[in-house]
Design a protein around this ligand. Structure first.
Ligand code: LLP
Length: 414
């Protein structure tokens, strides 16, 4: 997180002191670095510059319009998973011919919206969905560009970190059924087969599963070719991990070497769907410690941000580093950083040696740019925090803090 650094014991984002931002916008707040986002995007662009590639940013990680348009201007497309995401992507000016649409439960209405927009490709996840898309497209008199999401069943024994066991997962068409499904699809009205899609998981820290699944994808595309089905796009999904703690993660360059060493045909397009690796380490969540509570067994720092603002620790037991905004002298203390929400599971940090912190201090929850604000809620009627984008020595509120009025908009008491 190069763009988040200390100067004289004070945390800066690029050239702006975090405290200066918080004085203006209050706490808690999400703060992103434009430089960090641009750099991560550029590392994908450079790694794949020699080949026909669409980088379809997985906007579920962070769908703020300013971030989408920033990426869109650099040439990014979008991986969307709902009509709402499609709406956002289009509002941000991302051209539809760089948008792919995944998800196991697309409604007819969402299909219609995406067909009207003229998106690059639907990543279809089941035979029933395929039939529905064929029906919707035929009714509209248009043709849907389709990839089937093939579940490659990368063996969890070999790669225990994909612990969900992909055979059991709800996503995609099992690899064993995929060929038959492609043949069936090739005869359906309103369907044009243009790609193969895969996405094997998120926060992957090893290259081996990418290699295995890509090998299976290439083999599968060869099998399709033998049956007379040529494919324009290999969509390899996202999933590249980031460093939250001390993980060593592969780079876009590592991924591109795996892929481009085996795709010789320059007309064979590649689609990537990175989310977390673009924005994850480009953002932080700043919270103020309101109270310190020491019990017989624990020390709690009670902050003004909770699970409604950042749910990853509560939901996945995820690790997020904690940095003070102003470094204090003194010994570390084993403590929890908890939020104000009425749930025992409302914590951001649990049982960790933390730097010395006093009531009133601001602290930064690191690596919060992906699946942070995007998964935030209004639980306990808590307005969601603002989002701030720093560029150089300037910062801009790209989404204001929600108000109480926002909480009840379009409701009425009766
Ligand atoms: N493509 C598809 C089809 C996906 O399902 C996902 C993520 C991505 C791309 C982007 O994956 P990424 O590059 O961000 O790893 N909320 C969880 C992560 C859920 C990921 C869901 N799918 C978290 O906070 O860790």
């Amino acid at each position: 997180m190069k763009q988040f650094h200390y100067e004289n014991g004070e945390l800066y984002v690029e050239s702006v002191p975090v405290e200066k931002i918080i004085r203006e916008v209050g706490s808690p707040a999400y703060i992103y670095s434009e430089r960090a986002i641009s750099d991560s995007y550029a590392s994908y662009q450079e790694a794949f510059s020699s080949h026909k590639t669409v980088i379809a940013y997985a906007m579920k990680a962070n769908g703020n319009l300013s971030i989408l348009s920033l990426l869109g201007k650099k040439g990014s497309g979008a991986d969307v998973v709902s009509g709402g995401e499609l709406f956002r992507a289009m509002k941000a000016g991302i051209p539809p011919d760089r948008i792919v649409f995944a998800g196991v439960g697309k409604t007819e209405q969402e299909m219609k919206e995406a067909l009207e927009a003229g998106i690059l490709m639907f990543n279809v996840e089941s035979s029933m969905e395929l039939d529905t898309l064929s029906k919707v497209a035929s009714r509209m008199g248009v043709t849907a560009n389709v990839a089937l999401r093939v579940n490659p069943d990368v063996d969890p024994q070999t790669h225990p970190y994909i612990s969900t066991g992909l055979k059991k997962s709800k996503f995609g068409v099992p690899v064993k059924e995929a060929l038959a499904e492609y043949l069936r699809a090739s005869k359906l009205p309103g369907i044009r087969l243009t790609g193969i899609h895969q996405h094997i998981g998120s926060q992957l820290t090893q290259i081996a599963p990418f290699r295995d699944s890509f090998t299976r994808m290439i083999a599968f595309s060869e099998a399709l070719k033998e049956k007379g089905i040529g494919i324009s796009w290999l969509d390899v999904g996202g999933g590249l991990g980031i460093r939250y703690d001390d993980e060593k993660v592969p780079t876009p360059g590592d991924i591109s070497r795996e892929i481009l060493s085996r795709v010789k045909d320059p007309s064979q397009g590649i689609i990537l769907e990175p989310g977390r690796s673009i924005v994850g380490n480009s953002g932080i969540l700043v919270t103020q410690v309101l109270y310190v509570k020491k019990t017989e067994v624990k020390t709690f720092y009670i902050g003004d941000a909770g699970m409604n603002d950042l749910i990853r620790p509560s939901l996945y037991g995820a690790f997020h580093d904690l940095w003070p905004i102003r470094v204090r002298e003194g010994a570390s203390v084993k403590a929890d950083l908890v939020g104000p929400v009425c749930e025992t599971g409302d914590f951001l940090v649990q049982d960790r040696d933390l730097p010395p912190i006093k009531a009133g201090d601001l602290v930064s929850v690191m690596s919060a740019g992906a699946y942070g604000f995007a998964m935030a809620s209004n639980y306990n009627a808590r307005p969601r925090p603002p989002e701030i984008l720093v560029s150089g020595d300037r910062f801009e509120v790209i989404r204001p803090r929600e108000t109480y009025e926002d909480l009840i908009r379009s409701e009425s008491a009766r």
